[in-house]
Structure formats: structure tokens, C-alpha cells
Design a protein around this ligand. Structure first.
Ligand code: CMX
Length: 424
């Protein structure tokens, strides 16, 4: 921890100074206008918040601290978290220190398992994960330090402590949920000497002689880590955190948003759509069959999961990275073949349909094919994997926001009557 904390302690005064100067000199400059359509339309495109961990240019896709996510496909989650927090990749020593720090904090308190075991057997895995995170709130070092009285300038320190504790426990909790919820047998203890991602793969217990599944998990956890500040999970976490609710409250809230089918649950929905397609046509359909299947979905008033995006206007580079991984390791897999075929047909259908502003695949369009290939086929679990990764983005954003003294978020709402009055 000392390494990461020291790197942050060095950067924070510089960042604070940059922001202070920017606001002092240019605080009155306008960066966005808001139309009535945007006010009713989920504030799409309204620039009204700051996130420095990552950005999503519509024509490029995710950049983590300025680095295209496609250039990070060989990195580990430890590299990614360090990069998100500090703005630089760690050296080998700092990366190792972070792995060790995380494993030293990884023990899950026994009451968490008791709470999870008491939940109804058919609880959604995401509800189980949210509950586990929330029930640990009593351990928050931020909440304790705040209650004891703490200088504002130090808020980020116990926030980082909580973030490390929570991040360290996420893989064991998530793997425990998998084994409990899907009757996979006893929980598997973490192994000494493994990285954060390797340990998660190990504790899930998916057979993996070659280590390829663990590598897939490493990639999965890197790719889903962050996606700037305005998406539902990041924004919810930020909003709740802006009231100085601690990281347990904030991340649990963010995960509740990730559990929605238009956001993180789309990966579960996407593989379901693909497998139903496979079943219906007993394999890979013809172009005509797939075109009709896509139209049937649209005409049924449903969305095609895995396609479209609120910000992106190109194929998601995270989709591209998953596809490359799949094509490298199992080019003949039938689900992979379907994912490729869908990519050939669906953008054309969506363009002709004319509604979606982005007809291209997002992160959820391909990830399920990889998990399915390695035998992780309980797709209601997929958003939990997404959550373990996204915790890195939410937590790094919380730490930075606490360090920058971000105020409580409180945009102004207006009434329809007020808007009608404005246009008279
Ligand atoms: N299939 C069918 N219709 C779609 C569509 C899709 N994949 N994507 C967008 N549309 C529709 C919208 O529902 C909307 O219709 P209405 O005008 O009837 O409301 C219209 O096209 C315009 O939407 P948009 O401006 O292009 O997209 P939004 O910013 O409103 O929504 C998203 C973005 C991701 C919710 C939407 O594209 C969608 O529902 N995609 C499918 C679900 C999905 O894959 N979600 C995962 C996104 C990644 C993530 O957050 O994890």
C-alpha cells in the first residue's frame, strides 16, 4: 500500500493545484449547453462532471489515463488499478507490492458468508454481491475516521484504505457466490503467490489445466475496469460518494446500477440472445435467417443486446480485444462463430432500423462467448465478473474525488411547466 499511497500523495497536491488554477482563471467559461431534448433524454452529451481516470472519445473508445485500452491487453488488473489511481503504470516492484497488499487484505469476514447463506436460493448473483458489499459497511475506515473528526484534506487516505480492503475481498466474495449459487461445492481458498486475477480464476474452480481461463479472466478484469464518469454505475457511485457516504455504500449503489439490463446485465442478455439463436437454427444461421431473427427482436419492441452505446460511435475496442483473444485461442468454437456472424449482420440491420445512433458492438457483444468456451456457462453470473472489474474504476474515481474535494452533487431539476414557460 505504501507504494500506491506514496505515488498518490505525490500527485495529489499537483492535481489540486492544477484544478485550483483552472477554476480560478477560467471558472466562468462555458463548456456545454443543454437542450430540452437532453433534459428529457437522460442528459446525453451534457458535459457537467469531471473524471480523470479515463475517457471515452466516441470515435476511439476507452482511454485509461490517456492510454488506449487496446494497448493494455497484456497488462494485469494490478497495473490497471495503479494506472487509474496515479496516472502511471507501476514498475514490476510496485506491481508485486500491490498484489501482496491485496492478498494480505483478502480475508472475507465470516458474517458475510452467513448473510449470503441466509438469502433465498434463487437470489440473483448481483443481488448477492451488492448485499455482501453493503453488509461490510460496518468496517469502513472512512466512516470511522469521519465520525472521529478528520481534516478534509485527508479524506482520500481512509477512502483508499477502504478501497483496498474492498477490492482485495471482491474476488473471494464473487467466487464464493458462484460456488454457492450454482451448487459447485465448497468454497476454494485463495492460493499464496497468485495475482488478483489468477486467484479469482482459481477460486471460481473452473477447470483450467492450461492457465488459459486465468488469462482470459486477467483480460476480462482489465477491459471492464472503467469507462469514464457518466455511465450509470460510475455516476451512481460518484453521486452517493459525493454525500461522503463511504466506499461500501457508494460501490454497492453503483453495482445496483450495473445490474440493469441496459448496462452491465447486457452481457448476460447478450449470450442468452446468442444461445437462443443457436438453438433455433441448430448452429450458425444463414445471413437471411439471422437478419430475420434480428428484425424479430426489434419488431418485438426489444433491443439487440451487446449493440449500441450512449457515447461510442465505433466498434468498442474492448469487443475487438475479446474477439482477438477468442480467435487466437479457439477460432473454431461455434459460439465464437456466431458472435462473428452477428457482427457481420446486426450493424446493417440496426442502420436500416434507423433508431440506434451507434449500430456497432459494445463490450458485452463478445465477452460471453469466451466465458462459455471455458465452461463458465451460468450467464446470470456474468455481471458479477463485470462488477469485480468495475470496482477498480469506481474506487479509483472515489479516491480521486475525495482527494480533489469534489462537492456534494446536486444538479437543478426543472418542471415541465417551467420548460413550457421558457419556450413561450
Ligand atoms: N437495439 C435496438 N434498439 C436500440 C439499440 C439496440 N441495440 N440501441 C439503441 N437502440 C434504440 C434505443 O432504444 C432508442 O430507442 P427509442 O428512441 O425508442 O427510445 C434509440 O435507439 C436511440 O438510442 P441511442 O441514443 O442510440 O442509445 P441510448 O444512448 O439511448 O442507449 C444503450 C444506449 C446502450 C442503452 C442502447 O444502445 C441499448 O439499449 N443497447 C442494448 C443493451 C446493451 O447492449 N447495453 C450495454 C451497453 C454497455 C454497458 O453499459 O455495459
Amino acid at each position: 500500500m505504501a507504494k500506491l499511497q506514496n505515488a498518490l500523495a505525490k500527485n495529489i497536491p499537483v492535481w489540486r493545484d492544477e484544478i485550483r488554477t483552472l477554476v480560478k482563471k477560467n471558472g466562468g467559461k462555458k463548456i456545454s449547453d443543454v437542450t430540452i431534448l437532453q433534459a428529457y433524454g437522460g442528459m446525453r452529451g451534457v458535459k457537467g462532471m469531471v473524471c480523470d481516470t479515463s475517457e471515452v472519445p466516441p470515435d476511439k473508445g476507452l482511454l485509461i489515463r490517456g492510454i488506449p485500452v487496446g494497448d493494455l491487453v497484456n497488462k494485469t488488473p494490478e497495473d490497471t488499478f495503479y494506472l487509474l489511481c496515479t496516472g502511471s503504470l507501476p514498475n514490476a516492484k510496485d506491481r508485486r507490492a500491490l498484489t501482496e497488499e491485496l492478498s494480505s487484505r483478502a480475508r472475507v469476514p465470516s458474517y458475510v458468508w452467513k448473510v449470503l447463506e441466509a438469502m433465498p436460493r434463487n437470489s440473483h448473483p448481483m443481488c448477492m454481491l451488492d448485499t455482501a458489499v453493503l453488509v461490510m459497511q460496518r468496517e469502513s475506515k472512512f466512516a470511522k475516521a469521519y465520525a472521529d473528526g478528520m481534516n478534509k484534506m485527508d479524506y482520500w487516505k481512509p477512502t483508499l484504505e477502504d478501497s483496498m480492503d474492498l477490492l482485495a475481498r471482491m474476488p473471494a466474495i464473487a467466487a464464493g457466490i458462484y460456488r454457492m449459487r450454482f451448487n459447485k461445492g465448497k468454497r476454494i481458498a485463495p492460493k499464496k503467490g497468485l495475482t488478483w486475477a489468477e486467484n479469482y480464476a482459481h477460486m471460481l474452480g473452473v477447470p483450467d489445466k492450461s492457465g488459459e481461463f486465468a488469462d482470459c479472466m486477467r483480460l476480462y478484469l482489465v477491459l471492464h475496469s472503467d469507462h469514464e464518469g457518466g455511465n450509470v454505475s460510475a455516476h451512481t457511485c460518484h453521486l452517493v460518494g459525493s454525500a461522503l457516504s463511504d466506499p461500501y455504500y457508494s460501490v454497492s449503489a453503483g453495482l445496483n446500477g450495473l445490474a440493469g439490463p441496459l448496462h452491465g446485465l447486457a452481457n448476460q442478455e447478450c449470450l442468452k440472445w446468442v444461445l437462443e439463436l443457436k438453438k433455433k437454427f441448430k448452429g450458425v444461421p444463414t445471413d437471411e435467417q439471422l437478419t430475420q431473427y434480428a428484425w424479430d427482436t426489434l419488431n418485438g419492441g426489444k433491443v439487440i443486446p451487446g449493440y449500441g452505446h450512449a457515447v461510442l460511435r465505433v466498434s468498442d475496442p474492448r469487443y475487438v480485444a475479446f474477439r482477438e483473444f477468442g480467435m487466437k485461442h479457439f477460432p473454431d468454437d461455434p459460439v465464437m462463430a456466431l458472435v462473428n456472424k452477428i457482427f457481420e449482420i446486426v450493424p446493417g440491420v440496426l442502420k436500416e432500423h434507423g433508431k440506434a445512433k451507434n449500430p456497432w458492438p459494445n463490450v458485452d457483444a463478445g465477452s460471453g462467448a469466451l466465458l462459455h468456451h471455458y465452461g463458465l456457462r451460468e450467464f446470470s453470473y456474468y455481471t458479477v465478473l463485470f462488477s469485480v472489474s468495475r470496482a477498480m474504476g469506481m474506487l479509483s474515481q472515489l479516491v480521486i474525488n475525495r482527494a480533489m474535494g469534489s462537492p456534494i452533487e446536486r444538479p437543478k431539476s426543472v418542471t415541465t411547466k417551467w420548460l413550457q414557460g421558457q419556450v413561450k
